[in-house]
Design a protein around this ligand. Structure first.
Ligand code: GCW
Length: 724
């Protein structure tokens, strides 16, 4: 009898859940579905009736439009704009200059909100309960509107609503590595969103949705073009197209930036040289920049990759990076623009250690840049690996504002298919302590400018966005775009909170979904580190596309593009000695950090093989030998992914079928490929260690040659690796 009752309940709830309509993910986290908690819905319906806003500017119109759209969806009834701010249940929205806000005595909160921040609060206004969204600028109001909607989407209480927030970093930018032929370098989500052929005539509604999504998480800039740049974008016809995009983005507070190809004066300007000290070159850039500002008055500035991986640059003329950056800075300076000059450089000669080079070249230039130049530094000194120690430049250039460059697109982390929530990776970098000005000189505080009192600050995320209906290639990859924006706004937000917000807004407020999906997401990056590159291993991916395992890759033209260069496995041990007995890259860190990494006694296991060559038989903290620990970690990674997949299977029926199946299929790929990574890597490293697999661990399914023969696709239009 009891059993029967339980069966009835179970089948009834499955029936109810089966009714969830399919979704394609297009709405991202701006998915304003009816509030699912009856209690909260009733509270919101009692407390929210109309919006009072003087939508006299484009940004305020955006705020009004979004509030109407969002509130109507969440409350399940139309919420309209009312002129009268005196009725109960009005959401009063405006800047401190608007009459409705000015009289409310909000000075203290508004002070804290700063230029771009906001305050959102439930309070009594002339004897009636109201919600107030106020800011010092139109952009602040827009961010406040999104914050209010987010609060309702996660079903927070209206009664206790009181939030004041201000961004810690000024320029919160997405970098698109989008080419003019619409291919996207390291893009795994279809084509570039920018349809250059049909611009400026056709304004795809997607441009606006892109801007809305960014504004909702506080992103305020976008670099439209690849750092491997094409000067054609600087010609008049293309500038008209860029201006059209800027026009679509402007009402959402998003500024446009472009990449400047250093040889543009030659490529499109008919000059013989691009020497930054040549007067004709300087004039060319000044004139070109003036032309850009005529088309786009709020143009943000230039992003430049120079003398790196074959890109032209000032060193072609025996000038320095500072000479190049300063020339462009002088051109944008009068317009209020900035230059973001990338530090991702490594020489063509292949020196002792590629990870040393950025600091070797840039530290001496500290203090030599114009005030409107920022040097843009990747989170680690190599290249967006699943885990890297923080880039030493963050602890070495006090006089230069540094932009932190993060990669949202997961070039080395399973690309479109593998679930790897990057919140914990971003957080790890931001919280890393450089010790440059004593304890607590974290990367976050260097980048937000507070340590050195810089007047400008910035952060950049290499976008994972394309024309795929779900924007990012996989549903879960949306969470990385979201996490990037939230941390760019406030680098103190913990990942678990960001994951929770995203899940509630995007998937479900059901606690039975929230807890397991949070666990899946928060453990996913560490799982990936374990099955790809545990213990500080790095750059052992297959060549070129960087998708599957390729620890055996060797003998390419450039040694520092091969795996053997990085892991240095031999019969004695494995790992790159970056201490004084090796490349001494560790000396680029401030004293306490250098000492911690340089000593085998104190280096964290996570970075062990990044800094040390370790004997196969040495014992680690766990008590296991290095070889046994490798087997253990690789296997733990695979087990974690299997666990993630099982957790997901338990959610069938609680998430709409379309998204459930898509994520499930990707997790199936991830389980197979995590095992492929483990088996291939261990089969290969075992040829050096010549140690047996410890008891109780699965042996690789195939001999090493099998994995070495597999040919993997460079893009997703071809089938995945056969035989994995
Ligand atoms: O991560 C590497 C990528 C290149 C990229 C380069 C860079 C845009 O493999 O595709 O080029 O870094 O950041 O410049």
């Amino acid at each position: 009898m009891l059993l029967l009752a339980a069966w009835c309940v179970a089948s009834a709830s499955v029936r109810a859940q089966a009714a969830l309509p399919d979704e394609d993910g297009y709405d991202l986290w701006l998915r304003y579905r009816l509030v699912s908690s009856p209690g909260r819905l009733a509270e919101y319906r009692r407390g929210i009736h109309a919006i009072a806003i003087d939508a006299s500017t484009p940004l305020l119109q955006s705020a009004a439009r979004e509030l109407q759209l969002g509130l109507s969806g969440l409350l399940g009834r139309p919420v309209t704009v009312a002129r009268n701010a005196n009725a109960a249940g009005v959401v009063i929205v405006g800047t401190r200059r608007s009459a409705a806000i000015a009289s409310l005595g909000l000075q203290a909160d508004l002070e804290r909100a700063g230029a771009e921040g906001y305050m959102v609060r439930t309070m009594m206004v002339r004897g009636r309960q109201a919600v107030v969204i106020a800011a010092n600028s139109d952009a602040g109001v827009l961010y406040g509107a999104f914050a209010f909607l987010r609060h309702l989407q996660v079903q927070g209480s209206l009664a206790s609503l009181r939030e004041v927030s201000t961004p810690r970093i000024q320029r919160r930018i997405l970098d698109h590595w989008d080419n003019l032929d619409r291919s996207v370098e390291r893009g795994y989500a279809g084509l570039s969103l920018w349809a250059w052929d049909s611009l400026p005539a056709v304004r795809n509604p997607r441009y606006r949705d892109y801007a809305r999504a960014n504004a909702s998480i506080g992103i305020n800039g976008t670099v439209l073009t690849n750092v491997n740049a094409n000067a054609t974008v600087l010609t008049a016809p293309y500038l008209a197209k860029v201006a059209a995009l800027a026009h679509e983005f402007r009402p959402w507070g998003i500024r446009v930036y472009l990449t400047a190809r250093f040889s543009a004066p030659i490529d499109i300007g008919r000059l013989k040289t691009a020497d930054p000290l040549d007067p004709s070159v300087r004039k060319w850039w000044k004139d070109k920049t003036d032309e850009v500002y005529r088309a786009i008055p709020d143009f943000g500035g230039w992003l430049v990759k120079a003398n790196s991986e074959g890109q032209p640059g000032p060193q072609d003329y025996r000038r320095t990076h500072a000479d190049g950056a300063n020339m462009l800075a002088d051109a944008v300076g009068p317009h209020g623009g900035i230059v973001m000059w990338r530090a991702f450089v490594y020489s063509n000669e292949v020196p002792v250690d590629r990870v040393r080079q950025a600091a070797d070249e840039f530290v001496a230039l500290d203090g030599k840049f114009r005030p409107n130049v920022m040097v843009q530094v990747k989170n680690g000194a190599l290249d967006f690996q699943p885990r890297e120690p923080f880039h030493p430049l963050f602890g070495a250039m006090p006089k230069t504002p540094l932009v932190l460059e993060l990669q949202v697109t997961k070039e080395y982390l399973g690309q479109d298919t593998h679930l790897a929530f990057l919140g914990p990776l971003f957080e790890e970098v931001l919280d890393a302590d450089t010790w440059r000005a004593g304890r607590g000189t974290t990367v976050a505080r260097v980048v937000d400018g507070s340590v050195d009192r810089h007047r400008i600050s910035g952060v950049a995320g290499v976008a994972n966005i394309g024309t795929d209906r779900n924007w990012t290639g996989s549903q879960f990859n949306q969470a990385n775009w979201y996490a990037y924006g939230r941390l760019a706004w406030d680098h103190q937000l913990p990942s678990w909170m960001i994951a929770g917000e995203w899940i509630r807004q995007t998937l479900s407020n059901d606690p039975q979904v929230l807890a397991p999906v949070s666990r899946m997401m928060l453990g996913s990056r560490e799982a990936l580190v374990n099955y790809m590159t545990p213990l500080g291993l790095h750059h052992i991916m297959a060549e070129g596309h960087h998708y599957g395992p390729g620890p055996w890759v060797t003998g390419l033209n450039r040694a520092d593009w091969t795996s053997t260069y990085y892991h240095r496995a031999d019969t004695i041990g494995i790992g790159f000695d970056r201490t004084a007995t090796g490349s001494n890259a560790v000396a680029q860190y401030a004293g306490p950090v250098r000492d911690q990494f340089a000593s085998r006694a104190t280096v964290p296991d996570e970075n062990l093989l990044w800094f040390h060559h370790v004997r196969w038989t040495d014992r680690l903290r766990s008590g296991r030998t290095l070889w046994d620990e490798l087997v253990y970690r690789y296997s733990a990674g695979v087990d974690s992914v299997r666990g993630i997949k099982r957790t997901w299977e338990g959610l069938a029926g609680r998430i709409d079928g379309a998204r459930y199946r898509e994520m499930d299929a990707f997790l199936g790929i991830q389980v197979r490929e995590a095992k492929w990574w483990r088996d291939a890597s261990l089969a290969y490293f075992q040829t050096f260690s010549r140690q047996p697999f410890p008891a109780g661990y699965e042996r690789p399914a195939h001999p090493l040659e099998y994995y070495q023969r597999l040919r993997c696709p460079a893009d997703r239009t071809r089938p995945r690796c056969d035989g994995v």
